[in-house]
Design a protein around this ligand. Sequence first.
Ligand code: GRF
Length: 199
Amino acid sequence: MKKLGILLSGRGSNFQAIARSVQAGKIPAEIAVVISNKADAQGLETARAMGLEAVCIPSKGLKRKEFDRRVVALLKEKQVDLVCLAGFMRLLSACFVEQFPDRILNIHPALLPSFPGLDGQRQALEHGVKFSGCTVHFVDTGLDSGPIVAQAVVPVNDDDTLAALSARILSEEHRLYTEAINIVLSGKFRIEGRRVMRT
Ligand code: GRF
């Protein structure tokens, strides 16, 4: 059975969607560990309530490399095959990324390469795009910059508020992350340059 490691910093709704897919047999893997850099992350509580191992490794006051070293050590100890960032609000250093080549995914609430970084939904709304969505991509050391595994599109309506658009995107995020995890776990893809292609 393949093992997933989840990294989060907050609410954890994407983690919960992944966990539900696992429980329902829609992802052929188990969640080996959930790690947060914030002790008060709602996602940690949710994980514990689901009977999963949930660990806080505080990032505050630690140099990036030291924090990353601790997280990598725990992921390796748990023999994690695929790392899923789910609202994990930190960049990863090269020493982290190199330990899991093409085995780290992130989800972003916009159609990359548009609107990377914080508040992707707000950036899209303020820019006036007519469609936005979400992206699951491999993680490199840049900001939301790795090769794209899957995207989903939603319309931006004239009467949209930030909350309405964010909710529309979020429900696609929850669906898309499972799809992307399954593509990667299946191994049936190849990466050419920036292009991730199904095989
Ligand atoms: C999501 O919008 C995700 O795309 C972004 O951070 C948010 C996390 O939400 N990376 P949640 O913690 O999964 O509910």
